[in-house]
Design a protein around this ligand. Sequence first.
Ligand SMILES: [Zn+2]
Length: 206
Amino acid sequence: MAFRDIRLIGDPVLRTPCSPVTTVDDRVRTLVADLLETVDHEGRAGLAANQIGVGLRAFAWNIDGDIGYVLNPAVVATSDETQDGDEGCLSVPNLWFPTKRASWARVVGTDLDGAEVTVEGEGLMARCLQHEVDHLDGMLYLDRLERGCASRRCAPCATSERRLGALGVHERRFVGHTGLTPLSFATPVTVERVGEDVTRATGGST
Ligand SMILES: [Zn+2]
């Protein structure tokens, strides 16, 4: 069991769909132990296997003191009602963007013994479940942002572009979004904290 480093945007493992877990062996048991240990940290709401460099379909959550994991998760149901809160990602540190998600979601998968596991919830849990399954499909929440102004004269867009640039990301498709008001801009943090604790007072990154 180990506290693992988080892979950051730009790492190909985050853009590669993860493979199903077909056999529960020592590698998978170690993966689950590492996910649980690594997600158990202030400001961390969820963690997908590829965020610690393992291309298998598994994630862990840490919501309101409840920590758990699921293998081979699939989102099987979501509410029509949506939520628009800020979302962050441990692999895209220091940025949060308003991201539309279903208000409620249910995920079904299995545990290490092969038993079926159902995880469901609303609010942050729903956001986490959708965010983590996206990770396992090689997606980042940035892909889901609504595109908006994209003006080079827009101060928030320029700030997001600069911060992403500091992470080595220079894709303009990731800047210039509708309602770009990351709360993190109000409490500046430095890029030296990348890979460290990238938390906010409320919510969490996943
Ligand atoms: Zn994430």
